[in-house]
Design a protein around this ligand. Structure first.
Ligand SMILES: Cc1cc2nc3c(=O)[nH]c(=O)nc-3n(C[C@H](O)[C@H](O)[C@H](O)COP(=O)(O)OP(=O)(O)OC[C@H]3O[C@@H](n4cnc5c(N)ncnc54)[C@H](O)[C@@H]3O)c2cc1C
Length: 412
């Protein structure tokens, strides 16, 4: 039996190892378009590889039908992932919010462990092999490479990723292959990416980082929030909380982000703090009013947004209304979202192969017998924090297992 895995990324490597585990005599081949496998794994978690998250639940995933993840996450759980990597020598380290990393904090260790395992199991790796088409005849599949070569297999696992960070290999070609086979690709969008905003309200802050709580708002309703360091840029916002919120932005309209610069304090407490400052800073101007409380450039911006145009405005002249206006702006500084940065900088793809057309129990295509998909090529993406790699491992495991077990059953 021959199994061809198209794409040597996280889900493809997991699928290959699993296929060999369940069918040691099978010939398992990975065809990878780049000159090495797992390039993206090296870039994950800022080079530290946040390979899973102990809090993984179906609610961390998005797509047309996020419940598609349920079975895969049950069959190959976070504990299974930890055990799997532990057996490969990757001792886990838990960081904030349940994020799991290799204890050495080196993504290269994760890739090395996967590669060594593939070698030990006799998995063949074909590099610089770009598949452009799969032809299917009577249950037998054939991959066509862009140089015209062909390779037949009993089962194929398409693990070609999405469109995010194409420099790391996933250029969207997997979607074209699936479309030719009759599969539907849902609309695509970058996710886990920087956010473009109306820049007027943040003009003057470009280049600075400020700690804040960021809430994503649609139709006056908070749909998600996260806190941490926000980076102000000339196109909008970046930083970990913004990446996190961006997971929920694709395909939604009328979004804005509200920043709370003093999230530990209530609105009333902020007002009292400002009133106290007014009384201690009498005789000074707005130039000095925010010093030691807020970043100076932010303070100036908030003063202007509150209607105080001149920094020479006297602290003594701040009235109740002005103090309330400033307090409200500190607690809820709204910025309209105008879009997302492109695939070039995105960590994941929102959208992909319509999951209705695949079995959530086996990852097999309902249209093309013996063809399986796993990872980001499917219309599933997760929150920031190890959830996307967990999806790659869980779905890769299911695809690898079922691709060989189905064939073995047929020969009995
Ligand atoms: C910078 C960055 C940081 C990230 N950090 C994290 C993190 O810390 N934690 C986390 O959970 N997730 C993280 N992610 C997301 C995570 O890496 C992906 O969701 C995951 O790698 C997807 O796995 P995959 O196997 O589906 O696709 P990929 O890893 O993209 O692999 C697809 C492979 O298929 C190959 N390929 C594509 N088309 C073809 C073709 N036609 N023929 C042959 N080969 C082909 C590609 O070259 C590639 O090697 C990060 C992503 C990026 C870009």
């Amino acid at each position: 039996m021959t199994v061809l895995i198209i794409g040597g990324g996280a889900s493809g490597l997991m699928a290959a190892i699993t296929a060999k585990k369940f069918a040691p005599s099978a010939q398992v081949i990975i065809a990878e378009r780049l000159d090495r496998v797992g390039k993206k794994i090296l870039a994950t978690g800022n080079g530290r590889c946040n390979f899973s998250n102990i809090n993984t639940k179906p609610v961390n995933y998005y797509g047309k039908d996020p419940s598609f993840v349920n079975n895969a996450l049950k069959e190959f759980t976070v504990s299974d992932t930890v055990n799997f990597f532990n057996e490969l020598g990757i001792f886990p380290r838990e960081e904030r919010e349940g994020r799991l990393y290799p204890y050495s904090l080196q993504a290269s260790a994760v890739l090395d462990a996967l590669r060594i395992k593939c070698d030990m199991l006799g998995i063949e790796t074909l590099l610089n092999k770009n598949v452009k088409e799969i032809s299917a005849k009577k249950g037998r599949l054939r991959a066509v490479f862009d140089n015209g070569e062909r390779l037949g297999a009993d089962s194929m696992i398409l693990a070609a990723g999405g469109c995010a960070s194409p420099a790391l290999g996933s250029d969207g070609s997997g979607f074209e292959i699936l479309k030719k086979l009759g599969h539907t690709i849902t609309p695509l969008s970058p996710a886990l990416v920087q956010v473009k905003t109306d820049i007027k309200p943040i003009k003057g802050l470009s280049g600075i980082k400020i700690d804040a709580m960021a809430a994503l708002i649609q139709n006056d309703k908070v749909i998600a929030s996260d806190s941490g360091e926000i980076l102000f840029t000339d196109y909008g916002l970046s930083g970990p909380p913004i990446f996190q919120l961006s997971a929920q932005m694709p395909f939604k309209k009328g979004l804005c982000i509200a920043l709370d610069f003093m999230s530990e304090y209530s609105l009333r407490q902020v007002y009292d703090i400002l009133e106290g400052r007014k009384n201690s800073l009498l005789g000074l101007t707005m130039e000095n009013f925010f010093g030691g409380l807020l970043n100076k450039r932010l303070g100036n911006l908030i003063a202007r947004a509150a209607g105080i145009e001149k920094l020479s405005f006297k602290v003594d002249d701040l009235d109740r209304d002005m103090l309330w206006r400033i307090s409200r702006l500190i607690k809820e500084y709204k910025i309209e979202v105008t879009g997302l940065n492109g695939f070039k900088n995105a960590q994941v793809t929102a959208g992909g192969a319509l999951t209705d057309q695949f079995s959530p129990f086996t990852m097999q295509s309902k249209f093309v017998e013996n063809l399986y998909c796993c990872g980001e090529i499917l219309d599933i993406h997760g929150d920031c924090g190890g959830y996307n790699l967990q999806w790659a491992w869980s779905s890769g495991y299911l695809a690898g297992k079922n691709a060989v077990l189905k064939k073995e059953m047929e020969t009995i």
